[in-house]
Every structure is written in structure tokens, then in C-alpha cells.
Design a binder for this molecule. Structure first.
Ligand SMILES: NC(=O)c1ccc[n+]([C@@H]2O[C@H](COP(=O)([O-])OP(=O)(O)OC[C@H]3O[C@@H](n4cnc5c(N)ncnc54)[C@H](O)[C@@H]3O)[C@@H](O)[C@H]2O)c1
Length: 342
């Protein structure tokens, strides 16, 4: 089996590469190593930029420093592949607002190129979208509990209205990519899926204020840096440990049922920002320095995936508890603390 992973040196992509190479597959990663958001974390940027690259090199992954906006390169790399997992993206809402062209060319044009390569060689493909495309009108359907926002019903499925509320360029680009995936399914019969992913976390994640909040909290706690909350710490997600996300890609490959899937931890991993900070503080025995700033445009204050469709169609279910996953992330950051400048 040969797998092409776009964005293979990113957080999610690196785990996908590791999973398939350890299963004996040939794995090719294309990644531009752009990682714009790294510059804004305050960490030792260059060490972080090459961390996943070096890790995958050791494992024997074929590493290509390239850009998904270059269609020709993608075509060459896709030849003979059995599966494409498309994780390369401009993933941050903040950056999408600041650089709409970067967001568009990466997330829309880049995805179109990946789909063209998949169509050309009839390769099954999964595209990564985000639960953000449901839009933050959901904020009007929640109630304030003691430590988190509450909602009934707790979880939201794929039939829930999308793109309602304040839209940002990231909403537009991620939704456009979803529409193209559906177009390739309907028009060309491509075996394709879009995963609407919730907040994920785990090792190899260089989370900052723009993207990857669980890792950002862990890194800042261990470095004893101030932590900033935008709006309120009662915001809720059903966080997903990265190994569970990786298994969802494999579940699609085995079942190949095209469509859109919510991929998150579901009701079992519901957690608010404040509750997550508390777990981190308890495990590390470090008291955090937390401050509050204004809420950000487009922020979604509550999302919990209804994961029944993925369970029924793909036979996938997340396994890792928040306590176990967060402990693993803490251990990884501790072990690599010098990369972050600690
Ligand atoms: N991490 C999360 O919590 C989360 C949540 C929802 C959705 N997602 C989605 O999952 C996917 C993976 O996210 P991630 O957290 O691993 O992001 P990441 O930023 O860690 O990885 C993305 C990778 O894509 C690469 N890249 C960017 N532009 C490129 C280009 N033009 N050509 C080639 N490579 C390019 C970057 O260098 C980076 O290594 C993204 O589509 C993201 O929107 C992530």
C-alpha cells in the first residue's frame, strides 16, 4: 500500500504518516513547512518547524518539501498511490482574516489540485474540514453552566444547518473545499470523504493562540508563560486525541463510504477551556497565570459532535479519555521542552 499525506509534517499529518509506515505501507508526505502560525507562538520556531520532518525521516517516510498549490508536483507524487489523506491547510481563523489570499489559495485551490490528482488516478481521498463550518450562530443556543456552556441536545450531527453566524475567510475556504469534494463524488464518482474535525490534541502539536489550544495551554503551563483566554473559559469542545483521529482515516479506507462525517470525541470528551486548564494544572502541579481578552470574530463557543454517522458507516469510535490523552501530551511537551525554548 502507498499513501500520500499532504501536510505530512503538520500535527495531524505526522501521526497519519507514522501510523501507515508502521503498518508497512510506503508513505509520501508533501509539506511546504510554512507553518505561519509558529511565528506567533513565542517558541523556538525553527526547531519546531523541523521537528516532525526529522521524526518522519527517521521512520523512513519519503519527505517532499513542496506546495499543494503546485498541481504538477501533486500529480507526480500521486502516481501509484492507493490512498490520499489531505491534511495540508491554512488552519487558523485569525490568519485567514489577515491573509485571505493565502487562505483561499491553500484551502480552496490546494484542495482542488489534490482532488484533481485523486480523480486522475482514481485514488480514494479524505479531506480535512472543521466543525467551524457550522458557524457561531450555535452560540445563541447555549446556556451558561457553572464551569461550561450547556446545550440540549448536547451533540450536533451533519444535518445541522451550516455557515450560520459570523463568517470568516476560513469558513468560506473550508466550506468551498467541502463543496468540491462533494462535486467530485457526485460528478466523477470519486471515493471521497470530508471529515469535519473537532479540536484535536496530542504529541507533535506546536499549538499556539491561533490553532491547537490544548497544546497551547500545556506548553504555556510547563513554560510558566501567561495564558490568554479570548472571551470566556466556558467555551466547550469534544476534544479528540490524535490517535483516534488517525483511526478514522483508516476506517474510511476500509469502508469507503463517501460523504461528510463529524469526527470528534462526542459527549464522552466534552470539556470547557477552564476545565481543561484545571486538568493540566492538576497533572503538572503548576498554577497557571491566566488572563482574559475580548472574544474573537467567528469564535464558536460550543461544539460537540454527534458521531453516530461515523460509527454506523465507518465503524469508527474514539477510545482515548481526556485524562489519558492530556497526560500523554504533557509528557511529550516535558520530554521536548527545549524545542519550545524551555
Ligand atoms: N488541529 C485541530 O484541532 C483541527 C481542528 C479542526 C480541523 N483541523 C484540520 O485538520 C487539518 C490538519 O490540521 P493540523 O492541526 O495538523 O494543522 P498543521 O498546521 O499542524 O498542519 C498543516 C500542515 O500543512 C502544511 N501546509 C500549509 N500550507 C501548505 C501548502 N500550500 N502546501 C503543502 N503543505 C502546506 C503546513 O506546513 C503544516 O505542516 C487541517 O485541514 C485543519 O484545518 C484541525
Amino acid at each position: 500500500m502507498k499513501v500520500l499525506v499532504t501536510g505530512g509534517c503538520g500535527f495531524l499529518g505526522s501521526h497519519v504518516c507514522e501510523y501507515y509506515i508502521k503498518k508497512g505501507a510506503e508513505v509520501v508526505s508533501i509539506d511546504s513547512l510554512t507553518k505561519y502560525e509558529l511565528r506567533r507562538t513565542g517558541y523556538a520556531v525553527e526547531g519546531a518547524r523541523y521537528y516532525n520532518w526529522n521524526l518522519l525521516k527517521e521512520l523512513g517516510v519519503s519527505l517532499i518539501k513542496g506546495d499543494i498549490r503546485n498541481k504538477q508536483e501533486l500529480f507526480e507524487l500521486s502516481k501509484d498511490c492507493d490512498y490520499i489523506i489531505h491534511t495540508a491547510a491554512q488552519p487558523a481563523m485569525t490568519i485567514s482574516i489577515e491573509d485571505i489570499e493565502l487562505d483561499f489559495t491553500t484551502n480552496v485551490l490546494g484542495t482542488l489540485n489534490v482532488l484533481e490528482a485523486a480523480r486522475n488516478y482514481s485514488i480514494p481521498i479524505v479531506n480535512c474540514s472543521s466543525i467551524h463550518i457550522y458557524g457561531n450562530k450555535i452560540n445563541r443556543t447555549i446556556k451558561e453552566g457553572e464551569t461550561r456552556f450547556l446545550r440540549e441536545p448536547q451533540s450536533i450531527d451533519e444535518n445541522y444547518p451550516i455557515m450560520e453566524g459570523n463568517l470568516t475567510p476560513l469558513h468560506a475556504s473550508k466550506r468551498s473545499a467541502e463543496i468540491y469534494v462533494q462535486t467530485y463524488i457526485d460528478t466523477y464518482g470519486l471515493e471521497a470523504a470530508t471529515f469535519r474535525l473537532t479540536g484535536m490534541y496530542g504529541p507533535n502539536q506546536f499549538g499556539g493562540e491561533d490553532h491547537g489550544w490544548v497544546a497551547n495551554f500545556v506548553i504555556r503551563t510547563l513554560l510558566r508563560l501567561p495564558i490568554k483566554i479570548f472571551g470566556t473559559d466556558k467555551q466547550v469542545r469534544d476534544i479528540l486525541y490524535v490517535s483516534d483521529a488517525v483511526e478514522a482515516f483508516d476506517a474510511f479506507y476500509k469502508n469507503k463510504k463517501p460523504g461528510i462525517y463529524n469526527i470528534g470525541g462526542g459527549v464522552k470528551t466534552i470539556i470547557s477551556l477552564g476545565e481543561c486548564l484545571k486538568i493540566i494544572s492538576e497533572i503538572t502541579d503548576i498554577e497557571q497565570n491566566i488572563s482574559y481578552g475580548p472574544q474573537r470574530l467567528g469564535d464558536l463557543w460550543y461544539f460537540v459532535c454527534d458521531i453516530l454517522k461515523a460509527k454506523n458507516e465507518l465503524g469508527w469510535e474514539p477510545k482515548v479519555s481526556n485524562q489519558t490523552g492530556v497526560t500523554k501530551l504533557i509528557n511529550w511537551v516535558k520530554y521536548n521542552i527545549e524545542i519550545f525554548g524551555g
